[in-house]
Design a protein around this ligand. Structure first.
Ligand code: GLN
Length: 541
């Protein structure tokens, strides 16, 4: 029978709740247990698809085409949980279901209310999120305890635990111990108050994970235990990591978390936790053989979370190449005004990520032109691939006015354009080409070699496509069509031949969503290998 862990957060946001939840899933899997992971988000948007990355960080995409919270990325990188449309529910998505039922007449006669209708729907969502037969289903509640929006979710998990056996559900609360420089001490009061808030609504957390920059003093767990009504051993320290987020699970194990979880849920592990391979991975992170600098020219560069999966994919690829990745983040807009030479000279490779809208597009073009001409390894993702096509069309193929229909819908040479079915779309949310699509790789290409397979499946999130009307002309001019989706006849990958450029690949999809620390994505691995190679033997230009 599946056991349930609910993870809430207190005191402040951005405590790394998603990462901690993922690390707990990782630990359970290392004990031979199967897990599933889910995130409940209290905001009203049906999904984060229409939110600005500046507000919410990247939009994560699942195989089934769900646009989801970026914490799902942590879950997929750390665990083998199935991740799909049931892995992320928002207030909007829950209310949409309830309102649809009400309109259908499902509640005929009743007044539809937060309790029980909304809370029932949340409980159903929690059950749907747990993959059938898994040992432990972990549900993270977004937001911070005390927020108005979180209340129905907290009420639902309270009811949920009451409806299950005492050892079938577990509440873990993640909290902060702020360090006051003036008095030189960690403070427990915010934790006490946050737990107090939870207890007011009937939730008694059984484990507290305390985020802290300094180690707790020996008397602190007992003090926190006393004021928060938890056992002393269940007060777990989670200190800021020194060099890698992949230290988090190891630190939680050292702090005694696994025993607490097993005990509280009356679970028996299927095997002892083995960590040798993980320690080896951390060793590589700590003592790399190379340091390569990757220029990332994007629109949302100020916010690390906006390209979270891309940075993680680079880290994984770095580990595979025994290389530390140094990022040089440049605002694409600035490349347009200051020039690529000024901002990117010295980097070992260039990545142009996805994006939307006009701003930054010309800067992306300038970045790509520079990388192409200087034979610097290049990876273009989604909008980055589209920009690479436009750049090639303009500067190599001689279609001077080539552009994308995204901001020039009536331009003559839209080498990137809307498909017919997209032209009919009237609402923005959930209407892009979303989720997993197959791609057939062309023999002899870089991609075919890196993937080591002929057919692959990758996740998409975009509205515009390579315009097939220009396919012949661009191929004639030397652009390699390295991957296509046969079913819809769509170009998925473009490359430059190796004779012209050592490593130049643009992909219409988002490879960054399919990578794990010990299984780096093949394209990222190849891209970083090319960066290492360039550093070792700079190419003559
Ligand atoms: N804006 C482009 C499109 O919609 C690319 C999207 C992206 O980079 N994710 O097609």
């Amino acid at each position: 029978m599946t056991k349930y862990i609910f993870i809430t957060g207190g005191v402040v946001s951005s405590l790394g709740k998603g990462l901690t939840a993922a690390a707990i899933g990782w630990i359970l899997e290392r004990m031979g247990l199967t897990v599933s992971m889910q995130k409940l988000d209290p905001y009203i948007n049906v999904d984060p698809g229409t939110m600005s990355p500046f507000q919410h960080g990247e939009v994560y995409v699942t195989d089934d085409g769900t646009e989801a919270d970026l914490d799902l990325g942590h879950y997929e990188r750390f665990t083998h949980s199935k991740i799909d449309k049931h892995s992320n529910y928002t207030t909007g998505k829950i209310y949409r279901e309830v309102i649809q039922k009400e309109r259908r007449g499902d509640y005929l006669g009743s007044t539809v209310q937060v309790i029980p209708h909304i809370t029932d729907e949340i409980k159903a969502a929690i059950r749907r999120g747990a993959s059938s037969g898994c040992d432990v289903a972990i549900t993270e509640i977004g937001g911070t305890v005390g927020d108005i929006e979180s209340l129905p979710f907290l009420e639902a998990i309270r009811q949920f635990s009451l409806e299950h056996g005492p050892q079938d559900t577990l509440f873990i609360h993640l909290t902060l111990l702020p360090f006051l420089r003036a008095s030189g001490e960690l403070k427990t009061k915010p934790t006490q108050q946050s737990v107090g808030k939870l207890r007011e609504i009937g939730i008694q957390p059984q484990i507290l994970i305390c985020r802290t920059e300094k180690p707790m003093t020996p008397d602190m767990p007992a003090k926190i235990a006393l004021f928060c009504n938890v056992r002393k051993e269940a007060v777990i320290e989670e200190r800021d990591v020194d060099f890698s987020i992949y230290e988090v699970p190891v630190d939680l194990i050292k702090a005694g978390l696994p025993q607490q979880v097993l005990e509280k849920l009356a679970l028996t592990p299927k095997r002892d936790i083995a960590l040798d391979d993980w320690f080896q991975l951390l060793e590589t992170v700590k003592h790399p053989e190379h340091v390569v600098e990757i220029g990332v020219a994007g629109k949302y560069i100020e916010l690390h979370d906006a390209y979270k999966s891309i940075y993680e994919a680079l880290t994984h690829a770095g580990i595979a190449n025994r290389a530390k990745i140094r990022l040089r983040k440049v605002a694409a807009e600035q490349v347009a005004t200051q020039g690529a030479e000024a901002l990117l000279t010295g980097v070992d490779a260039v990545l142009v990520p996805g994006g939307f809208g006009e701003r930054g597009f010309e800067g992306k073009i300038a970045t790509i032109e520079w990388a192409r001409k200087h034979r610097i390894p290049f990876l273009g993702i989604c909008y980055g691939m589209q920009a690479a096509v436009v750049e090639y069309a303009r500067h190599v193929c001689g279609i001077e006015k080539a552009t994308t229909a995204e901001y020039a819908p009536t331009a003559e040479h839209r080498v990137i354009d809307l498909m017919e079915e997209q032209k009919a779309v009237t609402q923005l949310g959930g209407t892009m080409r979303l989720g997993a699509f197959e791609c057939r790789l062309t023999p002899g290409t870089i991609s075919r070699e890196e993937y080591g397979a002929e057919r692959i499946s990758e996740r998409h999130r975009h509205r515009f496509e390579f315009n097939n009307r220009y396919r012949g002309q661009l191929a004639e001019a030397g652009l390699v069509i390295a991957g296509v989706n046969d079913k819809h006849d769509l170009v998925e990958i473009i490359e430059l031949p190796r004779e012209v450029h050592p490593w130049f690949v643009g992909v219409q999809y988002h490879p960054e969503f399919k990578t794990k620390p010990q299984q780096p994505h093949p394209l990222f691995r190849g891209f970083v290998a090319a960066a290492v190679e360039r550093q070792r033997r700079p190419v003559e230009v």
